[in-house]
Write a protein that binds this ligand. Structure first.
Ligand code: PEP
Ligand code: MG
Length: 592
């Protein structure tokens, strides 16, 4: 069980090696902090110091040659070339003469002199326009660090027996560093510096380990054993994720592995059944960095942008501009036909650490989502203003979470029209017919769906919460996960009811909970006649493939059949068997 007291925060860096990994951090020694400084008190000490430097240079070379030999037995060739460059730097006359000059002229110890040489080179490299050349400063830095280690008389510390898999956090990593790691124990890399061509990036890609570089300050904010998530596709590192985020990233990890097995070349094709029934496919995102992945995996639009992440990892509340920058980015992405931005689902124990808000005993049923917004109206208005402003840049829809009554949606609409009026008075442009939707995730909303349908332009079913509330299962309590069953007849009946009522009222019905991204349920969802399915982008190619391989007629027949069963177990067995028979390549035996 993770430590829920630790604060969740997200760092954004450069995505250099794709994939998702969740694990414990291991902070790789930051050498810079350990450089000593002292003055030498006489010529004999200066001579001794230069000798010490030369010994360290020899030792470093010896070590690099050893690593090269070790690596040449492996298939990875890239680091070998880099190690040659490092050996060349060790022989570089200028590098050596600069360092010796500092020892002689300034009478400083060899460590400090090496440090000064590194700084000098940094200045020179910083002036290069060419990003690649600029990035090559890291070679000088590695070599410098290596000499420093040897000056300390310290043997290279291989990343010790780190036991099970860890995520390496470091300022940067040289091929020598990585070569000494038990690579099978390394799950991912996250570094302060670096770019697409830095060694950490190259090594990570060649070893197929997720990595994010250029995070600037990760070594200052993460400690060994912190739980972290690396999303090497979006360039994000999530530190101390809450259980709900871990669950989502576990899913993402699984979908990632599956997506790799499916060709992306068909991902852009529309999700149309063989008998011509078109289903819109949305991507669920939490950060704008995920937009490219949603597009390449074949999302027609963004079906759920969970905006609460804009609120985390900051000392103060986000400004309207902070919101606007993100929403505008989604809105103006040309490849996306629409973007459904959900107002924040904060409150309860979700990220918010405002001491004014009392800790709730039962946060899932507490002051969260729309309830929280209607209480903190000024906060809500800031977000709505930003959403409306973004609507001038592309097709934006606004989605309200946790609606459980008509009063709630009416009050929300009243606030929205106040914000619209303010913008009009101020002459700020926005789309005047912006569509609004209600998330259907509380059973009461299902029961009064006919009333709610008159108030909004679309419904979006949040199955994660709807199942939680309908089956009375805390979605983050692992004791009851066995009861969490999307194929429970009650859940299917609820969904069927929402779609029926929504269509009767002439509005679209989407689904954006995890259930929408599970290929095993796709035919059932087609049969239920959902207009849009929005999911983790990585799940899209498989779901689209199932849609393209099905007909509405078969899907309806399958649904009709499962609706006659009285237990979830019977339904599951029937659905799984049908999917295995129809799509043997996608559903192996024993697979969900
Ligand atoms: C849901 O409840 O299904 C949903 C999509 O919202 P969230 O997971 O953010 O609560
Ligand atoms: Mg929800």
């Amino acid at each position: 069980m993770m430590d829920t007291l630790k604060k969740t925060f997200v760092l954004k860096g450069i995505a250099v090696s794709p994939g998702v990994v969740i694990g414990k951090a291991y902070l790789f020694d930051r050498l810079d902090a350990q450089i000593s400084f002292y003055k030498l008190s006489g010529p004999s000490l200066v001579t001794k110091e230069i000798k010490r430097l030369r010994t360290a240079l020899r030792e470093s070379e010896k070590k690099l040659v050893e690593i090269k030999e070790k690596l040449s037995h492996l298939k990875v060739t890239e680091p070998l070339y880099i190690l040659d460059v490092h050996i060349m730097i060790l022989h570089d006359r200028k590098f050596i003469s600069h360092t010796i000059r500092y020892i002689r002229k300034m009478g400083v110890n060899a460590e400090w002199a090496v440090r000064m040489t590194i700084d000098k080179y940094r200045e020179i490299f910083d002036k290069f326009e060419d990003e690649y050349l600029k990035g090559r400063f890291s070679d000088i830095r590695y070599v410098g660090q290596m000499i420093l280690r040897n000056l300390g008389g310290e043997r290279h510390k291989a990343i010790p027996d780190i036991g099970e898999g860890v995520i390496i956090i470091s300022s940067d990593l040289s091929p020598a560093d990585t070569a000494q790691m038990k690579i099978e124990n390394v799950l991912g890399f996250a570094t302060d510096i670096g770019g697409k061509t830095s060694h950490t990036a190259i090594v990570a890609r060649s070893l197929e380990i997720p990595a994010v570089v250029g995070l600037e300050s990760i070594t200052r904010s993460v400690r060994t054993n912190d739980c972290i998530v690396i999303d090497g596709s979006a360039g994000l590192v999530i530190v101390n994720p809450d259980p709900e985020m871990i669950r989502r990233y576990e899913d993402k990890k699984r979908h990632y592995a599956e997506a790799r097995a499916v060709s992306l070349k068909d991902a852009a094709l529309p999700a149309v059944t063989r008998d011509g029934h078109h289903i819109l496919i949305g991507g669920n995102i939490e950060f704008t960095e995920e937009i490219p992945s949603a597009v390449t995996h074949g999302a027609d639009g963004i079906g759920l942008y969970r905006t609460e992440f804009i609120y985390i990892n900051r000392e103060s509340l986000p400004t309207e501009e902070d919101h606007f920058v993100s929403y505008k980015r989604v809105a103006e992405t040309e490849e996306l036909a629409w973007s459904t931005i959900r107002t924040f689902d904060l409150g309860g124990d979700k990220f918010f650490s405002d001491p004014k808000l009392a800790k709730e005993m039962n946060p899932q049923m507490g002051l969260r989502a729309i309830r929280f917004c209607l209480k903190e109206v000024e906060l809500f208005k800031i977000q709505l203003r930003a959403m409306l402003r973004a609507s001038a840049f592309g097709k934006v829809r606004i989605l309200f979470p946790m609606i459980s009554s008509v009063e709630e949606i009416r009050e929300t609409k009243m606030i929205l029209s106040q914000v619209k009026n303010d913008l009009l008075t101020q002459g700020v442009p926005f789309h005047d017919r912006i569509e609004i939707g209600a998330m259907i995730e509380v059973p009461a909303a299902v029961v009064i769906a006919d009333k709610l349908a008159r108030e909004v332009d679309f419904f979006s079913i949040g199955t994660n919460d709807l199942i939680q509330y309908a089956l009375a299962i805390d979605r983050i309590n692992e004791q009851v996960t066995y009861l969490y069953e999307p194929l429970h007849p009650a859940v299917l009946r609820l969904i069927r009811h929402i779609v029926k009522i929504g269509h009767r009222a002439g509005i679209r019905v989407a689904m954006c909970g995890e259930m929408a991204g599970e290929p095993a349920y796709t035919m059932i969802l087609i049969g239920l006649e959902l207009d849009e399915l929005s999911m983790n982008p990585l799940a899209i190619p498989r779901v689209k493939r199932i849609i393209r391989g099905s007909t509405m007629k078969e899907a309806r027949a399958l649904l009709k059949k499962v609706m006659t069963f009285s237990s979830a177990a019977e339904i599951r067995e029937c659905v799984e068997q049908s999917m295995r028979e129809k799509f043997p390549e996608d559903f192996q035996m024993n697979e969900q």
